[in-house]
Design a binder for this molecule. Structure first.
Ligand SMILES: [Zn+2]
Length: 305
């Protein structure tokens, strides 16, 4: 999709703090610092943001307090951003089930947040397919927002998180489930195979994020075996430290453009898709169309040609 001559590129996996760097005070940078990163690219960027460190520590230490705290921080950020550019993602934790269900009602129902996540079972020490998680996923399904589940790219053995993610999708068929950064790390083939089997068995409610677009052989396998309509862009960009923040398109977990193996631009990522054998239609789907449908962004992002 091209809007005013610019590629529309929606990234569902962006971490931006809604509080100060130490987690104690109000945010110590402005939305302008974020918009500067977004507007530096030639593409028309739209971001779906979720909490970042030290939110993980705060939520884990006291989920019942940490969940509302993290969501309030995100709301401030989203409300200050220009319309149609930044959308919120809802923090949840199964150990604070009630607070999580209330958060989904409030933030999806009243504040227009478009996703639940990132659900970090691995680093927060819970299973993604517990009964509490099924309740969270069903509530998200009720409000039409997908649940973004962290699946380890390499840090955990053999795709166990993908098993839990697909198990959650199977147990809550009315929910839409996203396997975060499923494509890019060394577990990519395992993730693709697991998703393929789920689809072949009739599963319909699963989408996979591409994090590392330069891993062309994995992107190619994902497109060929799953179809471009199952893939979305989620690079795991993180606003680290104080501004100026790293450019968009940087490869996780790099922090500076100097160490990135290619220019940090959407044009690079788009080029990798092309080199992976994607058609223009595939690129348009992965960059924007799938996300517009999945996150209900029709009419909320600039109209596309
Ligand atoms: Zn993440």
């Amino acid at each position: 999709m091209i809007v005013d001559g610019r590629r529309l590129w929606i990234d569902s996996h962006i971490h931006v703090r809604g509080w100060s760097e130490d987690g104690q005070g109000p945010r110590d940078f402005s939305v302008d610092d974020i918009m500067r990163v977004m507007d530096a690219d030639a593409a028309r960027l739209v971001w779906i943001t979720s909490y970042s460190f030290p939110g993980i520590r705060a939520i884990n230490a006291d989920p019942a307090k940490g969940v509302p705290w993290a969501n309030e921080g995100q709301l401030g950020l989203v409300q200050e951003a220009p319309a149609g550019r930044i959308f919120g993602s809802i923090a949840v934790h199964p150990a604070a089930l009630n607070e999580s269900l209330v958060a989904i009602e409030l933030y999806a129902g009243e504040h227009g947040f478009v996703q639940v996540g990132e659900v970090l079972g691995y680093s927060m020490g819970f299973e993604l397919d517990s009964q509490a998680m099924v309740k969270i996923a069903r509530k998200a399904g009720e409000f039409g927002v997908p649940v973004q589940c962290h699946v380890s790219t390499a840090g955990q053995q053999d795709g166990e998180q993908m098993r839990q993610t697909i198990s959650l999708a199977r147990m809550a068929p009315e929910a839409q489930i996203i396997a975060a950064h499923a494509i890019g790390g060394r577990n990519s083939y395992t993730h693709i195979t697991a998703a393929q089997v789920y689809f072949e068995m009739g599963g319909r409610n699963l989408w996979l994020e591409i994090r590392d677009f330069n891993t062309r052989e994995w992107v190619r396998a994902a497109v060929e075996r799953l179809g471009a309509e199952r893939l979305i862009a989620g690079t795991d960009w993180i606003a680290r430290g104080q501004p100026p923040f790293p450019p968009y398109g940087i490869l996780f977990p790099h922090e500076s453009a100097d160490e990135n193996p290619y220019p940090c631009t959407v044009a690079s990522l788009e080029g990798f898709l092309r080199e992976s054998g994607c058609s223009e239609q595939d690129i348009s789907r992965i960059a924007a169309e799938n996300s517009i449908a999945l996150f209900g962004l029709e009419g909320r992002v600039p109209a596309a040609l």
